[in-house]
Design a protein around this ligand. Structure first.
Ligand code: AMP
Ligand code: GLY
Length: 415
C-alpha cells in the first residue's frame, strides 16, 4: 500500500521536503499543513496552523497518516512531536524538551560546557547593570544573544561599547523580545557552515554540508535575516575537519541529550564555525535549516521516506548523495527583514528550469503574488559550484517582479 505522509510547515524548507518525498516510489499521498501556494502543486495543503496540535493529530488519525515530518521550531515548541508520539503516531521531529537545544540558548550552552563540546565562552545575565559592567570590562567585538526564539534577530555582534549597550538596553530594559535573559559570548572567527544530521537517540546520520548567507545584502552587509541563499557541498571543510565536527560535536551532542534524559529524534542542525582551533558551535537548531534544506535534499539520491523511517527506528542507513553542486538564491521582498509590501505579481516562474521553492507566495486568479519577506528560492545544479552558479544566475533572470531583491554573491567566497 502506498504511504501517506504529512509535512508540517509553510516555507521553502517544507517545499523541499515535499518535493523530496514526492520522488519516493513508496509514497503516494503527501499532505502539507498549512503549506503554501507553491507547495500546493506538489502536495495537498491542509488549512491547519503548525501550533494546532489537536487539529494536526485529528487530521493524521482520520487520514491514516503513516509518517509526519515537522518543519518549523514553533510546532516543536508547541509539543507537537510529544503529543503525536503519545497517540502512537510516527513522527520525525524532537520532543519539546529535546528541542530546547534550539529554543533555549542557555540550555544549549550548559549542555556544551558539561560535555566538552567546543563552543564560544559565555556568561548569562538578566540584570542590565551587571551585563553593562561585564561588557565595559570586556573586549570587542563581543556577541550578545537573547535567550529564546527570535527568528534569527536576537543576536547582535557588537563592534564597540555603544553597540553592546544598545543591545543590552533593548533586550534587558525594553524587553524587545519578551523575557529578560541574555548571553554574552566570545566572538569567534572563521567561515561558518551548516551541519545537519538525522539523529535518533545516540545514532547520528550526517547529511551533506551546506553554507547559508544570513546577511541581507552582498558582501555580508546589512541586517541578519532568516537566510538569503545557500550552497552545497562546502569545499572549505576538509574531510578531516568534517570528521572532527561529526566526532567532537554532532555525535557527542546526540549522546549528551540521551544522557540528560532528552533523547532527540529529528534533524539536529549544527551552525558551526571553522576556527583556527577547529570547528566550534555557534548555535544548534532542532530542525531542518532554511534555506540549507533546499540545496541539500535535492542532492539526496536515496529514498527519503526510507531515510526518515530508518532514523526514527534507529536502524542503519547510509544515504547516497549526488556529486552535483547546488546553489540556491532567495528572492526577498524589498525592505525585508524590515517592513515590506505584499501583493506584487510574480511573472516568469513557468520558464525557470531549475527547482523553485516557494517561501512566501500567494495564488490569486491563477497568478503568483508576493505574500512574505522571503518569497522564492531559485536553485540550480551543476557539475561543480561555478557551473551551478552560472546556471542559477541565468534562471533568476527569468523571474520578473520589481518588488523583489536578491544577493548576487551566494557562494562567491569559494567560487
Ligand atoms: P545565531 O542566531 O546564534 O546563529 O547567530 C547569528 C549569527 O551571528 C551567526 O550566524 C554568526 O554569524 C553570528 N555569531 C553568533 N555567535 C557568534 C560568535 N560567538 N562569534 C562570532 N559570530 C557569531
Ligand atoms: N538557515 C538558518 C536556520 O535555518 O536557522
Amino acid at each position: 500500500m502506498g504511504k501517506k505522509v504529512l509535512v508540517v510547515g509553510s516555507g521553502g524548507r517544507e517545499h523541499a521536503i515535499v518535493k523530496s518525498l514526492a520522488k519516493s516510489p513508496k509514497v503516494d499521498k503527501i499532505f502539507c499543513a498549512p503549506g503554501n501556494a507553491g507547495i500546493a502543486n506538489d502536495a495537498e495543503c491542509v488549512n491547519l496552523k503548525v501550533e494546532d496540535v489537536e487539529g494536526i493529530i485529528n487530521f493524521a488519525q482520520r487520514n491514516d497518516i503513516d509518517l509526519t515530518v515537522i518543519g518549523p521550531e514553533a510546532a516543536l515548541v508547541a509539543g507537537l512531536s510529544d503529543a503525536m508520539q503519545s497517540c502512537g503516531l510516527k513522527v520525525f521531529g524532537p520532543t519539546k524538551e529535546a528541542a530546547q537545544i534550539e529554543s533555549s540558548k542557555e540550555f544549549a550552552k550548559k549542555l556544551m560546557v558539561k560535555y566538552n563540546i567546543p563552543t564560544a565562552k559565555y556568561e548569562t545575565f538578566s540584570n542590565y547593570g551587571e551585563a553593562f559592567d561585564y561588557v565595559k570590562k570586556g573586549s570587542f567585538p563581543t556577541v550578545i544573544k537573547y535567550d529564546g526564539l527570535a527568528a534569527g534577530k536576537g543576536v547582535v555582534v557588537a563592534q564597540n561599547f555603544d553597540e553592546a549597550e544598545k543591545a543590552l538596553s533593548d533586550m534587558l530594559r525594553d524587553l524587545k523580545f519578551g523575557s529578560d535573559k541574555v548571553i554574552i559570548e566570545e566572538f569567534l572567527q572563521g567561515p561558518e557552515f551548516s551541519f545537519m544530521c538525522f539523529v535518533s537517540g545516540d545514532k547520528v546520520y550526517p547529511l551533506e554540508l551546506a553554507q547559508d548567507h544570513k546577511r541581507a545584502y552582498d558582501g555580508d552587509k546589512g541586517p541578519n535575516t532568516g537566510g538569503m541563499g545557500a550552497y552545497s557541498p562546502v569545499p572549505f571543510v576538509s574531510p578531516e575537519m568534517h570528521d572532527k565536527a561529526l566526532n567532537d560535536i554532532m555525535i557527542p551532542t546526540a549522546k549528551a541529550l540521551v544522557e540528560e534524559g532528552f533523547p532527540f529524534c529529528g534533524v539536529l542542525y549544527g551552525g558551526l564555525i571553522l576556527t583556527e582551533d577547529g570547528p566550534k558551535v555557534i548555535e544548534f537548531n532542532a530542525r531542518f535549516g532554511d534555506p540549507e534544506t533546499e540545496v541539500v535534499l535535492p542532492r539526496l539520491e536515496s529514498d527519503i521516506y526510507d531515510f526518515f523511517n530508518a532514523a526514527i527506528d534507529g536502524v542503519d542507513f547510509i544515504p547516497q548523495w549526488s556529486h552535483d553542486a547546488v546553489i540556491g538564491v532567495v528572492l526577498a521582498s524589498k525592505g525585508y527583514p524590515g517592513s515590506y509590501e505584499k501583493g506584487a505579481e510574480i511573472k516568469g516562474l513557468e520558464v525557470v528550469n531549475g527547482e523553485v521553492f516557494h517561501m512566501g507566495t500567494e495564488l490569486k486568479d491563477g497568478k503568483y503574488h508576493v505574500a512574505g519577506g522571503r518569497v522564492l528560492m531559485v536553485t540550480a545544479h551543476g557539475d561543480d559550484l561555478p557551473a551551478a552558479n552560472m546556471n542559477v544566475k541565468k534562471e533568476i533572470t527569468s523571474i520578473e517582479c520589481p518588488a523583489l531583491f536578491h544577493r548576487t554573491d551566494i557562494g562567491k567566497a569559494i567560487l
